[in-house]
Design a protein around this ligand. Structure first.
Ligand code: ZN
Length: 455
């Protein structure tokens, strides 16, 4: 019989369950990696193999990040890319990324994950699309296992170099698309875990319409479907992206997406800033998900995605911090705040998104987008024990005790107090337990400097 863990006397538990229950003075009983029971203290057991007193804490499901490029943590706030839109930003960064090594990929992934975990994230999807100098998806998966994070590793690819009309330099792309597909098949067979409470899942993720061919989009989709794994890419990010689609394919991004079979409950698209009305209807009808990245969309001046319209139409929406070179933080709770604020600015309507809706998108919404809403994204019996706890007496929350749950979004405490992933405590009193943060930072800065110096 698995050991039990009781999280006892929480000030508030936001369950995100079907009734959206918020339980004052509650406890959660965990057995092994699953939640066994949740309810008011008086109705819950008093003892367990391990008991942790959660007095003065707000508990909620771990936040879910649906879009990232963790390698970009090596090139945050790079001067040449600070004030550029997407295409110019990429053009400034591509030559630097050309020298990334497997050790750099692993270090950057550990850094991104440490920062994500400290800000409340328990599941992250990483869209890894650069494969230079022997880097493989296995590097990202290894880092996730070291950090103890639930991970969706999206095997990206760029195959359309400048000589073929694409954006990246030829030296940065994998020109042999058959080799890309063979490697995609290998990582699915070797790294993907199809079990319900999997810690590692693999998805296939050609980078974007302007970096891969139509053939690769189609073949990746059929490969993913033959194995039952997810599909992920960038769509309708900015006006140049729209213009490229019109000029090269004679279609809008969503028409193109549909033409290559990239819609359905197994597909999620990042950004979708310029999703038009037919595109929103298409995504809603087909169960296609959207990774909303408000910070990156503002940083690169791409625009503000029509999230209110998408949610009202029934489109599945989750949050993504996007790559660390266009955010440039890995703070998922802050992303929830920006989702709320940007929705209000877009519609000039303070009711366009509430704090609770932002938290829903950050938890259940993300689980729906990743196809995991049967096991993560809520605190309910049978669900995996991915649970985070914030202190109500943090300086950021002072004066916000009238509604501490909404205050998490409005006030944005910088760190969680505790975090549990798959029943295992990974953060205690604000300290990461799985790796030494100072060592992560030291190694990361050393390798980032080597990268910038072109060594
Ligand atoms: Zn992205």
């Amino acid at each position: 019989m698995s050991k039990t863990l009781l999280l006892k006397n929480a000030h508030l538990i936001a369950t995100m369950d079907d009734q959206q229950r918020e339980i004052a003075e509650g406890s959660i009983l965990i057995r092994g990696n699953r939640i066994e029971a949740v309810g008011p203290v008086a109705q819950m057991p008093d003892t367990a193999d391990q008991v942790i007193d959660m007095s003065g804490h707000i508990l909620l499901p771990g936040l879910i990040n649906t879009h990232h490029h963790m390698f970009q943590s090596l090139t945050r706030a790079l001067p040449a890319a600070q004030d550029a839109e997407l295409f110019d930003w990429l053009t400034a960064l591509f030559p630097v990324w050309q020298n990334i090594t497997p050790a750099m990929q692993r270090a950057a992934t550990r850094t991104a994950m440490a920062e994500l975990m400290l800000s409340g994230c328990t599941t992250a999807a990483d869209h890894a699309y650069l494969y230079v100098n022997g880097t493989r998806l296995d590097d990202s998966v290894q880092a996730a296992q070291e950090m103890g994070m639930r991970f969706h590793a999206a095997r990206g690819a760029m195959s359309l170099g400048q000589s073929q009309g694409g954006l990246p330099p030829d030296a940065l792309v994998e020109q042999d698309e058959q080799a890309i597909l063979r490697e995609m098949q290998r990582v699915v067979e070797e790294l993907h875990d199809a079990s319900p409470d999997a810690m590692i899942r693999v998805a296939l993720a050609p980078c974007s319409p302007f970096t891969v061919t139509t053939d690769l989009m189609r073949e990746a989709a059929s490969l993913a479907r033959s194995y039952g794994v997810g599909l992920h890419t960038h769509t309708a990010e900015n006006s140049k992206d729209l213009a490229f689609s019109k000029e090269r394919y004679g279609m809008t991004p969503t028409e193109y997406t549909e033409s290559v079979g990239w819609v359905g409950p197994d597909v999620w698209h990042a950004h979708c800033v310029h999703l038009d009305e037919p595109g929103i209807a298409l995504f809603a009808r087909t169960g296609t998900g959207v990774a909303h990245c408000p910070c990156s969309n503002m940083r690169l001046a791409s625009g503000i995605a029509p999230i209110r319209k998408m949610r009202d139409a029934g489109v599945k929406v989750g949050l993504g911090v996007d790559g660390s070179a266009s955010n440039d933080s890995n703070h998922l709770l802050d992303e929830a705040r920006l989702a709320m604020l940007s929705a209000r600015v877009r519609d000039q309507n303070p009711g366009a998104m509430t704090a609770r809706e932002a938290l829903y998108i950050a938890t259940r919404g993300g689980a729906e987008v990743l196809g995991r809403d049967d096991v993560i994204g809520r605190i309910a019996p049978g669900y995996c024990a991915d649970i985070i706890a914030f202190r109500t007496d943090d300086i950021s929350m002072a004066g916000a005790q009238s509604d501490p749950l909404a205050a998490l979004v409005f006030c944005t405490p910088p760190r969680v107090a505790h975090s549990f992933i798959n029943g295992r405590q990974v953060i205690e009193d604000g300290q990461l337990l799985t790796r030494e943060v100072p060592l992560i930072i030291e190694e990361h800065n050393r390798l980032a400097m080597e990268l910038l110096q072109g060594r």
